[in-house]
Design a protein around this ligand. Structure first.
Ligand code: NAP
Length: 249
């Protein structure tokens, strides 16, 4: 049976770029791409990689809803043994100061970015760990450079959620290191995707590019390359790593 990689938020941005890069490098690996609203975008990515010979399924689901996460992993189980999880789905809310944030906004950020990623990681460990009879695998969490900077005046709740992802990455990597499961994170900097529009600043990358030492924002493809490397056996001795993909910042 073919290996299966599940990518949450595979319909757009970094998740979609990861699906395309994985399809290019390892077309024999089946993929499950999840989305929450944008079925059209998910279908377009799936059609594209299917045309390249990849077995792929799209699944709608909110990572903050446990039943939806279970359905995503059920879909993966139908394709073969899970060997990779890209914990990529994430949200940011409109920019502002913490003294203006409603509890509801903070809770939603944590539910998607933290609880969602942890429940997905749990399901992956239950399938990959040798303790559960699995054959091992790799989990890549998509954190952010915001975890280090704290994102003052922008979205401290988001930055804190990514700090939690870094901590989870280190803890879980250690917990399952002897069980054949590697757990790492990429920490992208300023990357050109739709996420900035949801923060109310669609031109954020252009506006802030000069603060990046390399003088430009990054692309989703540049992050995807690191994610696919961490998924692969080329990274066989890498676990608990937080890989900054931020152009020097
Ligand atoms: P994006 O372009 O906005 O795409 C977000 C993806 O996540 C979409 O596929 C979306 O599905 C999915 N999604 C959103 N909420 C979800 C939920 N509740 N349940 C399941 N799926 C959900 O974002 P992106 O920039 O590619 O970001 C991907 C990851 O990179 C996030 O974790 C983000 O925090 C992180 N990151 C991004 C940057 C950056 O500058 N872009 C920097 C650092 C870290 P739909 O298409 O259905 O909406």
């Amino acid at each position: 049976m073919t290996d299966v990689v599940l990518i949450t938020g595979g319909s757009r941005g970094i998740g979609a770029a990861t699906a395309r890069r994985l399809a290019r490098d390892r077309p024999e690996v089946a993929q499950v791409l999840t989305y929450v609203n944008n079925a059209e975008a998910a279908t377009a990515v799936a059609d594209e990689i299917r045309a390249a010979g990849v077995t792929v399924e799209t699944v709608r689901g909110d990572v903050a809803t446990e039943a939806d996460v279970l359905a995503m992993f059920d879909a993966a189980d139908r394709l073969g043994p899970l060997t990779g999880l890209v914990n990529n789905a994430g949200v940011v809310s409109p920019i502002g100061r913490l003294d203006q944030f409603e509890a509801e906004r903070i809770e939603r950020t944590m539910a998607v970015n933290v609880t969602g990623s942890m429940v997905c990681a749990r399901e992956a460990v239950r399938r990959m760990s040798t303790v559960y009879g699995g054959g091992g695998g790799s989990i890549v969490n998509v954190s952010s450079r915001a975890a280090s900077f704290g994102s003052p005046n922008d979205f401290i709740d988001y930055a804190a959620s990514k700090g939690a992802i870094d901590t989870m990455t280190i803890g879980l990597a250690t917990e399952v290191a002897a069980e054949g499961v590697r757990v790492n994170a990429v920490r992208p900097g300023l990357i050109d995707t739709d996420i900035h529009a949801s923060a109310g600043l669609p031109d954020r990358v252009a506006l802030l590019a000069d603060r990046v030492p390399m003088g430009r924002g990054g692309t989703a493809e540049e992050v995807a390359a690191s994610i696919v490397w961490l998924l692969s056996d080329d990274a066989s001795y890498v676990t608990g790593a937080l890989l900054d993909v931020g152009g020097g910042r």
